[in-house]
Design a protein around this ligand. Structure first.
Ligand SMILES: [Zn+2]
Length: 147
């Protein structure tokens, strides 16, 4: 299973967001006629949400930015804000993701993410934004994140 995990290290943004689960990224992979994005790191323009206001290690960083937990200011106000928004709206926590990466390493995190966010029907990746598998169009319920 690990060999077909489409979630790669480059998909994990400095804030802990898994870009592989983003609807805009999935739209790009599946060539949908709608807003697309290659992912925060591949896009290489710096984070529009965080870095504009970042006074820490990523203030001028782009695709090679460090994970935010490596910053002396972590968790900063910006991270707290996006973490709160994602926990509330999408059942995902940037801070939990970063904590997992810090403790278990990026490889384990990537496997864990695929385990939690793949489609039971076809193995495709499920969007964290709408619970949809962009490969077979099945709407999946989010897997219990405390499992
Ligand atoms: Zn599917």
């Amino acid at each position: 299973m690990k060999s077909r995990n489409p979630i790669t290290e480059a998909m994990i943004a400095p804030c802990g967001m898994n870009c592989a689960l983003c609807s805009r990224h999935l739209a790009g992979i599946h060539n949908l006629k709608r807003s697309q994005c290659p992912g925060c790191r591949p896009r290489n323009e710096g984070c529009a949400y965080l870095f504009k206001k970042c006074t820490g290690i990523n203030h001028s960083a782009k695709g090679d930015a460090a994970f935010c937990y490596e910053c002396g200011q972590y968790p900063c106000e910006q991270i707290e804000r996006i973490d709160k928004r994602y926990r509330k709206n999408y059942g995902m926590s940037m801070k939990d993701n970063l904590e997992y990466i810090r403790e278990m390493g990026i490889r384990r995190f990537l496997d864990d993410q695929y385990e939690k966010h793949h489609c039971a029907r076809c193995g495709g990746v499920i969007s964290v934004h709408n619970g949809k598998c962009f490969q077979c169009d099945t709407i999946n319920r989010l897997v219990d994140k405390n499992r």
